[in-house]
Design a protein around this ligand. Structure first.
Ligand SMILES: NC(=O)c1ccc[n+]([C@@H]2O[C@H](COP(=O)([O-])OP(=O)(O)OC[C@H]3O[C@@H](n4cnc5c(N)ncnc54)[C@H](O)[C@@H]3O)[C@@H](O)[C@H]2O)c1
Length: 346
């Protein structure tokens, strides 16, 4: 099923309930070059026999400038040019890298995505943010450029490890917290095993999330305001992810708990939300406690792109389904981190 979604800069074609083999028809005669990681290539070898494929190791550490150089050198060897189509087949690391490389190679070639992880299907592949990390600093180098298409083939989820399902659910829980109490109620009543075994319910849940992500990008493609709400849980989350080497979703889950703690102080969020969020995170295999050095997390936060003076634009909740941007001082953030790590130690 093809759905055309218009963003301020361009339109993107979404192919839902599609099959990988349909990729051919989307190229309209252009040469396809695939970019994937070793895991995906090993799990679906037949998918990568027809087109030149660049295979890179998996993992967040690969989302680097060094990989951009390595991939670019391979593109040159393959004679990839402005008439070629670069297609990223993989999780968020692959889609972020593909979009970035395609945006800078020869000042920009066409690209599309086949997201294979739940996280990339509901979040990373959507919205045109592409980029790489610079050492400690997540997504420090990047561009906003939309893919030509996103092809969804649910078959990929059959091989997705449980931890990656949980990572994806962290972002789904985020959409519920920020925008949608209906999603929240569904998630509260259910758990990971249910969605792993009920394709129709999962598809409906994913559609709701994709619609929310598209809406934010349609309203605010370059993240001047509304789109910032999607950073709920990500400010503290990124700092925890980098410093403790946690999976992205695990860190976002913990970051959402820290953000709830801050919300209690800034918007008067009901304390019950924190407890309910803990339960929902647990239902989807996500950790709710972690001990860490609060001072070093604070230092990383002080480097955040969103910092202005002694404050940072933090996404806080007024209630479930209603998030706002609030300037929060580093003192308040430090207090919340101390509370959180203190509770985690008991
Ligand atoms: N651009 C954005 O708007 C945006 C939004 C959210 C996250 N992200 C980025 O996305 C990345 C995280 O994405 P991710 O969690 O997909 O990470 P990932 O790409 O590292 O994938 C996670 C792991 O799952 C494996 N995998 C993927 N699909 C599989 C499948 N079908 N079967 C078996 N294994 C599979 C991968 O090989 C990898 O080991 C981070 O770099 C994050 O910054 C970007």
């Amino acid at each position: 099923m093809k759905v055309e979604v218009s963003f301020p800069s361009t339109k993107v074609d979404y192919y839902f309930n599609a099959r990988f083999s349909e990729l051919e028809s989307l190229a309209n005669g252009r040469e396809i070059v695939l970019l994937t990681d070793k895991n995906i290539q090993a799990l679906f070898p037949s998918y990568f026999q027809k087109h030149p494929t660049i295979i890179i190791p998996s993992g967040e550490v690969i989302k680097s400038l060094q990989t951009v150089q390595d991939v670019t050198e391979q593109l040159i060897q393959l004679n990839t040019n402005r008439n070629s189509l670069l297609v990223g087949v993989g999780g968020g690391v692959i889609t972020d890298l593909t979009g970035f490389v395609a945006s800078v190679y020869m000042r920009g070639i066409c690209f599309g995505f086949v997201p294979t992880s739940l996280l990339s299907m509901v979040d990373a592949a959507i919205g045109g943010k592409n980029g790489v990390n610079l050492g400690f600093y997540k997504n420090m180098l990047g561009v906003v450029r939309q893919p030509e298409f996103i092809l969804y083939d649910a078959f990929f989820l059959q091989t997705l490890p449980t931890q990656e399902w949980s990572n994806g659910f962290a972002e789904i829980i985020k959409y519920a917290c920020v925008f949608d109490i209906t999603i929240w109620n569904k998630l509260s009543k259910s758990n990971l095993t249910f969605y792993q075994n009920n394709e129709t319910d999962l598809a409906a849940l994913m559609q709701s999330c994709i619609q929310w992500k598209n809406k934010t990008v349609q309203e605010d493609e370059h993240e001047k305001g509304f789109r910032k709400l999607l950073n709920f849980g990500h400010t503290a989350g990124h700092a925890l992810e980098n410093s403790l080497n946690l999976p992205h979703g695990f860190a976002v889950g913990l970051g959402m708990l820290v953000a709830c703690n801050i919300s209690e102080k800034t918007t008067g969020l009901d304390v019950s939300v924190n407890k309910n969020l803990e339960q929902v995170l647990m239902n989807y295999g996500l950790p709710t406690k972690m001990s860490f050095d609060t001072a070093s997390i604070l230092e990383i936060l002080k480097m955040d792109k969103k910092r202005v003076g002694n404050e940072i634009d933090f996404i806080v909740l007024e209630e479930i389904g209603k998030a706002i941007i609030h300037k929060v001082s580093f003192e308040v953030i430090h207090e919340a981190l101390i509370n959180f790590s203190h509770e985690s130690n008991h």
